[in-house]
Design a protein around this ligand. Structure first.
Ligand SMILES: *Cc1c(COP(=O)(O)O)cnc(C)c1O
Length: 458
């Protein structure tokens, strides 16, 4: 099917015309961001390239639909298409994740997590999650994040090898008797043993929530074990590995029908009563349409091939960095993340991040086990392969990336943990190499921009 002459096709074209004419300042800033993405070597573990067909869903009249009287009433009167769109998203999420209950309305994984906690717990209850400085997410059990909120948070961490310390988690659970345990991480390069977490939760009568925001694509593709039938509830964002719009999902597997306490409701019914009116307001229909589209893409063989490349690339990068003399946390990677350990190195993670950014290589500073630097400077960097796998990189390109990172880190002269000088010659060389490399791997299914002058194009 072609879009010319359809309401959506004509709409998107004329909408951009209106933007360029009415607000050139904003239009140019958006163009500039698009150009930056095409030429940057993005190794940001939490981002992906969103398919243009996903973005098309966001530029539609669906934004004009709101919901009234939640919960209960659906979208406002007369919007049958809204229910069709949400049904597509829900059905596709069920298919992709093997879920029995799905809610597609969360605006983000953060709100998805709070929605789950708030619908299943009481104020003052204790939760347990991975500590922030060990790779957990802010919403998982960081004392700092939870102080002053409804819940008490305790955190488990990593062992000396950089792997989740399940024994510590079990001991903490036995001592503190949390009502809910969170597993899944933000900066953890290895598989998580969901079944083991479920045993820990069952031993203390806790609910288990798995947050797979970072690895949802690998789970969808069957390359990482799925938590869906191990955890009582699984949450994810839709914009990291799923490469969809910013948003969240709440799902249940085989525990969907498990009675929830003595409420007379099942777990899924308890979650479905939820909370959107109190925690985030009305659902965003175009966002749900875009989730449906991203989940549609996640069912394809092409997506599975990309996910396979994502892990293979991560392993290739970890191997090459190790061969170049670097320490990689946990000794390798099972997913899209490589954590480079700079403890004992004169370079802080912050300086490494800034120096790499200055030549067009984008990574994030990250804390690593045994880190003595502050949270704002860090002793590691987190490198991710989602975007480059989507752009078609293979093992050879990953070795090239490792080599370029090495050349930059070798050429940096740190001045404390925040400032540095970078040799001009090395910087110019790597910057040119990055540009050349990326020009061979344009953003997939985006119109090609590189090599043309910035600004006006035909
Ligand atoms: C990124 C992340 C989130 C937050 O996602 P948002 O949708 O941006 O709120 C939640 N949990 C984990 C594990 C994450 O990595």
């Amino acid at each position: 099917m072609t879009s010319a002459g359809t309401p959506l096709g004509d709409f998107v074209l004329s909408a951009v015309e209106l933007l360029a004419g009415d607000d050139p300042e904003l239009h140019d800033a958006l163009c500039g961001e698009h150009e930056r993405q095409e030429s940057a070597l993005s190794l940001v573990a939490s981002s992906s390239v969103t398919d243009p067909s996903v973005l098309a869903c966001l530029s539609s009249a669906a934004m004009n639909v709101t919901a009234e009287g939640y919960p209960g009433a659906r979208y406002h009167a007369g919007c049958e298409q809204a229910d069709v769109i949400e049904r597509l998203a829900v059905d596709r999420a069920k298919e992709v994740f093997g879920a029995q209950y799905v809610n597609t309305q969360s605006h983000s994984a953060t709100t998805a997590n709070y929605t789950v906690l708030s619908s299943l717990l009481r104020p003052g209850d204790t939760i347990m999650g991975m500590r922030l400085d060990q790779g957990g997410h802010l919403t998982h059990g960081s004392r700092a994040a939870y102080s002053g909120t409804y819940f008490q948070a305790i955190g488990y961490g990593l062992d000396a090898d950089g792997l989740i310390d399940y024994d510590e988690a079990a001991a903490l659970a036995a001592f503190h008797r949390p009502k809910l345990i969170i597993c899944g991480a933000t900066a953890y390069p290895r598989n998580v043993d969901w079944a083991r977490f479920r045993r820990i939760a069952d031993q203390v009568g806790a609910l288990l929530m798995a947050d797979i925001s970072h690895t949802a694509g690998l789970v969808a593709a069957g390359l990482n074990t799925s938590p869906i039938d191990h955890a009582h509830v699984t949450t994810t964002c839709t914009h990291k590995q799923l490469a969809g719009p910013r948003g969240g999902l709440i799902m249940c597997g085989k525990d969907a029908g498990t009675p929830f306490g003595d409420t007379g409701r099942t777990l899924a019914e308890q979650l479905a009563r939820a909370l959107f009116p109190y925690f985030q307001g009305a659902p965003i229909l175009p966002m749900i349409a875009a989730k449906a589209r991203a989940l549609g893409l996640a069912r394809t063989a092409a997506y599975r091939r990309t996910m396979r490349r994502t892990v293979d690339n991560s392993r290739a990068l970890a191997d090459e960095l190790t061969a170049l003399g670097y320490t990689v946390v946990s000794g390798g990677s099972d997913n899209h993340i490589v954590l480079l350990d700079l403890t004992g190195n004169a370079l802080s993670g912050l300086v490494a991040e800034k120096a790499l950014e200055s030549v067009g290589i984008i990574v994030n500073k990250n804390r690593v086990p045994g880190d003595r630097r502050s949270a704002s400077t860090c002793s590691g960097i987190r490198i991710g392969t989602n975007s480059v796998a989507q752009r078609g990189f293979g093992a050879a390109e990953m070795r090239h990336c490792a080599e370029l990172i090495h050349q930059v880190l070798e050429a940096v002269r740190p001045n404390g943990d925040r400032a540095y000088a970078l040799d001009d010659f090395a910087a110019d060389f790597v910057r040119a190499e990055v540009r050349k490399l990326m020009s061979g791997f344009p953003l997939p299914r985006y119109p090609r921009l590189l090599g043309e002058p910035s600004g006006k194009r035909q």
